[in-house]
Design a protein around this ligand. Sequence first.
Ligand code: AMP
Length: 291
Amino acid sequence: MRIIRTITELRRWRQALSATARVVFVPTMGALHAGHGHLVQLARQAAGPDGCVLVSIFVNPKQFGPAEDFASYPRPFAEDARLLRQWRTDILFAPTAREMYPQDEAPADSPRDPAGYQDPLGDVLEGKIRPGHFHGVCVVVARLLAMVQPGMLILGQKDYQQQLILRRMIREMNFPVDVLTAPTIREPDGLAMSSRNRRLTPRERPAAAVVYRALCRAKDEILHGRREVKHLIEEMAGPIAAAGLEVQYALPCHADTLAEFAGVVNDRCVLLVAARLGATRLIDNVVVPQE
Ligand code: AMP
């Protein structure tokens, strides 16, 4: 595996690659876990023996709010590089913030980029709680796509709203890239794997599994014909709150538009939850298949 730190070096590598080589790209913020591992495995399959798997690690200051955990976000770089080698990554691209945002003195203090893609879906759910977050995500992914020029981009369903917004940005900005959304990888008790889970204390950790349990219960309710929005919200928020978490949202939304349903769920649905457990924010979702 080759580690590339600068855009100049990345360009040189990209130009030297034959026009037919398939580049499959997995963007991450590092602190890698088996969820990322699955994305890289899918990338390896999609790239084939002659293609190239490129993983980026960049803790993007523009997608963190001023009160969020940018400074304390885990950065175990040596361990991440070891895992990526094990997962048969070809290129690890790990730029600095100055490399990505040369115009900004302090990128974390200037999160808004007037030139970036703005999506109205970026203002609901996660975007309402984390203003500017998805704008920051779109700015960095657009720049990375322009640099890496992949044939395929692999994203996780774990960040449902993010993959939806990025797919819309890619369509609107005409990036010539296929997008694959990979399923969420979970711990044995159902907790969605996340870099932030390492912040959960041993006391908090068992309670975190309630989020997925609640999502599965609400999904079963829909599949059994109980489709009232109010009932579904109670089915999710009730047990999560009872386990001591602070529910930020627990909603059935339209799977393609994230629109809220009026009264009953009557179309393709994604159940979305965000909850705080001590110092850790957990997000998770489940898509309900249409009958
Ligand atoms: P992050 O490093 O958290 O920015 O995540 C990088 C990519 O990995 C994103 O596309 C995430 O949606 C995806 N991802 C994060 N957690 C999981 C998981 N548990 N299962 C599958 N994909 C994941």
